[in-house]
Unconditional design. Sequence first.
Length: 345
Amino acid sequence: MNYCLGIESTADDFSVGITSFEGEILANIMDAYLPETGGIHPREAAQHHSQVASKVIAKAFEEAGIKPRDITVIAFSQGPGLGPCLRTGATAARALASYLNIPLVGVNHCVAHIEIGKLVTKAEDPITLYVSGGNTIVAAYEAGRYRVFGETLDIAVGNCLDVFARTAGLRQEKGLVFGAIIEKLAEKGEKLIPLPYSVKGMNLSFSGLLTAAIQLLKEGKHRLEDICYSLQETAFSMLTEVTERALAHTEKPEVLLTGGVAANKRLQEMLRVIAEEHNARFCVVPKEYALDNGAMIAWTGVLAYKCGLTVPVEKSIVKRKWRLEEVDVPWVEGNMRKSGDVQTC
């Protein structure tokens, strides 16, 4: 049996996953950096990653029930992401690959979110809405790569929700991200307050929406629950509109929701409706694979390795701004032709 160990370290999470070449997820261990105040401090996050790396790797092997010598290939998140965090994960991956004398694969973080979604939901050729703290992208496969049909022009939707939550004085706890806290408050909202709705063709802008929501907070005339409800409804309506437009254009058979914000039940509900209206199957990534995780890096590493896409240690420099549509994904065409046979590249 062949296995891949994947290391994810693009932002606040350091995670290690182990998957078999057949797509069985044996381990998916995560340790998150939680800043005392404000958003992610890249160097502090990187320091956290370096402190927990050996512990998380050891725990992944323990959960998988295998030894380091059983690993066939090492994969790591090569980009996009925060430089110090990426470099910490890359260093750990290089060290393991060199020590075990096995190949190294650099994985695009955005591609990995799509591939883990396809694996766990059995989606084959979806239109994908990838929403997280760092990315907001509508994409689909065409001619050898995942093509971006629409994206945010400024901040990601997850970042929008995070900044609003911090401004409102909400406190993040382990196991409960800001988006989940806003979702709980929004469920108690009763009044839809008009907020800027900014869709520009196939792209979106969330900065004006965030500014307006924060202004409502400062005015103090509305319940926090109503502001959360209005913020969420407006942002998700924007996302649903561009996803539906891409779905109508591509006529894909599935809609896949992935990324950290995918855990939101209201967003799932809105996308499920448009998928049904276009006779497409709605697929959503389970929460444990929606957040940044090592399993998605390991599985994408398997797909890339089978197509010969390895990188020498000396050339494994991280790519902070590595865009989704810059990545060749030769395994996808073979997978679509042969009903799950990822070995044809």
